[in-house]
Design a binder for this molecule. Structure first.
Ligand code: PLP
Length: 424
């Protein structure tokens, strides 16, 4: 459930009409709902807390899904930790008030500098993804005189997710240590005085709607935990990643947080481990919309009708990159029979097409629409391609709102480049 609802025919974000935001902030703009973010966090947390073996589990929001400081602060206030994949994301999590001991540092290509930064910051654990990385981490930790907690990210050979580009647990994917190499690597970590192996981690993909692949991966981690313990090695934590999908369209079926928690509890029951989860999309996707205005409607003699918006692929790249579906809704409910539109932006690429033949009520230039489900992997993936200003972000909380990332001015954009002396 989300808090973007029609009231008297006008779409609101909580108590704020989206028309008001378009008038004050301009379009395109991302709009996030505090009540939806906190609701999604609580639904997952409560689902986990309902099982004895998951009590106190860490929910570490995947910062890559939405790294706006206001969004992170909203979730931090609820008790969320942070799953991070760069020094920048660790800095954002800390700046938003996430305690260091609730920050997980993941990622396949952490630099020595980033590892040193994470150690100095005192993050909860570093998820190591390869033997080469373990060796570098040991060297960096030794130089710092530290012994950070480490989890080994296992590649369980179970790929899953809504698109090949967001599947991460398959055998050929770059992520994690193959399960058959992980046991020996864990023992190697345990033999070093410079790292403390505390457990195993996995993340098999994103927008996963069926629990079976997740369960297969979790069972593998549970089995590996028993094997490592039988070898006298300590395993106290399992980081089960993120990946649970969301319904991008009204009728879509996805496994619920309650079913996900019940499945996880069945797998972990009796194992005596601290569990951690790294949801991104699940918490943020349906807590945000991209608000856009119709520039014009281009009608062709062959009957094709293009809805040309002021939002483009540089603002929301998921349809171009992953063929992703986002529902499009008029901000002011319109009467009239739906007609098919090709929904496009102004960027000079055919890929700048959000949808083809999408049925919508009759619309006109100047009308406002929203893309729903845009709160995750939306603004974070935006760019200034075609020298379009970076899309602003707005956070709504009940009747109030704040611009939490302003649209840059033309002067700010141009001032970032420098023309060398010899060209002046
Ligand atoms: N954890 C890791 C290591 C990831 O790579 C990702 C996303 O790619 C996530 C968590 C979050 O995934 P999702 O947004 O599908 O929950």
């Amino acid at each position: 459930m989300d808090h973007f609802q029609y009231r008297d025919g006008a779409l609101h974000a909580e108590d704020v009409p989206l028309e008001t935001l378009a008038a004050t902030v301009g379009t395109p703009a991302y709009v996030y709902s505090t009540a939806t973010l906190t609701r999604h966090y609580r639904v997952l947390r409560d689902a986990l807390e309902a099982h004895a073996c998951l009590k106190g589990a860490l929910v570490a929001f995947a910062v890559k899904a939405n790294s706006n400081l206001a969004v992170l602060a909203t979730l931090a206030r609820e008790g969320s930790g942070a799953d991070t994949v760069s020094e920048g994301e660790i800095r954002r999590a800390l700046a938003a008030g996430v305690p260091a001991d609730r920050i997980i540092f993941s990622g396949v290509g952490k630099t020595d500098g980033e590892l040193a930064f994470a150690i100095a910051a005192g993050v909860r654990q570093i998820n190591v993804e390869s033997a080469a990385e373990l060796d570098r981490l040991i060297a960096v930790a030794a130089a710092a005189g530290a012994a950070p907690a480490v989890a080994l990210r296992v590649n369980p050979k179970v790929g899953a997710g809504g698109h090949a580009k967001i599947t991460t647990g398959g055998e050929g994917d770059k992520f994690g240590v193959p399960a058959d190499e992980a046991l020996a690597l864990y023992a190697r970590a345990a033999a070093s005085p410079h790292v403390v192996p505390v457990g195993l981690a996995c993340h098999i993909g994103s927008q996963i709607t069926d629990l079976a692949p997740l369960e297969a991966a979790f069972r593998l981690l549970a089995d590996m935990t028993r094997t490592l313990r039988s070898q006298g090695l300590e395993v106290t934590r399992l980081d089960l990643g993120g990946g649970l999908g969301v319904p991008y369209s009204g009728g879509a079926q996805t496994a619920s947080p309650a079913d996900y928690a019940a499945m996880t509890a069945r797998v972990l029951d009796g194992l005596e481990v601290e569990a951690a989860f790294e949801p991104g999309r699940l918490l943020a996707a349906n807590a945000g919309v991209l608000l856009s205005r119709v520039i014009q409607i281009t009608e062709r003699a062959d009957g094709r009708r293009f809805l040309v918006l002021d939002a483009a692929m540089n603002d929301l790249v998921r349809p171009a990159m992953y063929d992703a579906f986002h529902e499009v809704k008029p901000v002011v409910a319109r009467d009239g029979d739906p007609r098919p539109y090709d929904i496009v932006g102004p960027v000079c690429e055919t890929g700048d097409t959000f949808a083809r033949g999408r049925p919508l009520p009759p619309l006109a230039a100047g009308d406002l629409v929203v893309f729903t489900g845009a709160g995750a992997y939306g603004a974070v993936m935006s760019s200034e391609y075609n020298t379009r200003p970076l899309v602003p972000e707005v956070l709504v909380d009940g009747p109030r709102h704040a611009v939490v990332r302003p649209r840059p001015t033309w002067a700010e954009m141009l001032a970032r480049d420098h023309v060398p002396e010899w060209l002046r």
